[in-house]
Write a protein that binds this ligand. Sequence first.
Ligand code: NAP
Length: 292
Amino acid sequence: MTCFGDSNDPFFSFSGSYRIGFGTFGILSPSPFLSAIEQGYRNFDMASAYGNHNILGSVFKESGIERKFLFLASKVSSQNAEGYSISHFKEMLFSSTRRILTSLQTSYLDLLYLHGPDLLLPECFDGLSEMQKMGMIKRIGLCNITQTQLMRILDLGFSIDAIQIETNPFFWDRELIDFCHRKGLFVFGYRPLGAAKTGILENSVILEISRKYGCSPGSIVLGWLVAKKIVPLPKSENKARQRQNFHALHLELDRKDLKKIDALNTVSKPSCHWEKYINPSLRSISREWLKE
Ligand SMILES: NC(=O)c1ccc[n+]([C@@H]2O[C@H](COP(=O)([O-])OP(=O)(O)OC[C@H]3O[C@@H](n4cnc5c(N)ncnc54)[C@H](OP(=O)(O)O)[C@@H]3O)[C@@H](O)[C@H]2O)c1
């Protein structure tokens, strides 16, 4: 496991551009990816469920960027498990991951997540650690997980490197984030801008701070995440907004401003929406395993 600040890990020495990722959900044409690469993004958040691995694979090839300078993360979800019985979940993970690698035209992923907690089963962890040993994946991550579930998995001796949860000023789980950082787990924040529809970018505190620093509300929100050592994964198809978002890497928000943004949280303990990510056919098994 590598920690933030680990000098052996160029991606997460916490001084490089990898501190901001690029969200790829809903983008089905190459041009936004090409412009993201032009802006400097090298860390891409993908998923089987997004249906765009093939496009991304061609874009990475066309960009000419050496594989070792890209941080490629993807996810396998219970949708990939359709038709498999639980005793064959290891096989399912292998074939889903091989498909991802083929589409991306690469031999390994820097990070592979289980997209929903319904796959948090011993059968899956066995498969993940085998793929890690074989070099198909470098790190293992879990999405949409609660602290109780994560603690149980770590107590069972499974090795996890990262989590990905919804994190933005209106919705963040301080306890879970602190817990992960204490344990040396990376935290990736999805929907960092509240999908631009929750009012974060129009919030008066964010607007006041953005005027003070002379940058966009989006940069302020992302700068807040970066300051918390959370890797935000903003998605934008617009070149100017991609640039604004990436600019957050260079922002240094002062402590008072960070605290003002901290205070915007509207939930004390987000549930991480994990129930939403449970496949009905796996409900009975995963419920037992994931009891809160
Ligand atoms: N693990 C999971 O279960 C999970 C769940 C949800 C999302 N994710 C990941 O997280 C990524 C981001 O989440 P998201 O796409 O839902 O939400 P988001 O990144 O918070 O917001 C994206 C929306 O904000 C707009 N936007 C981007 N930059 C902006 C700026 N500077 N100012 C104003 N508007 C801006 C975008 O429009 P334009 O494109 O027009 O700029 C888009 O409508 C996804 O792409 C995906 O990779 C993971």
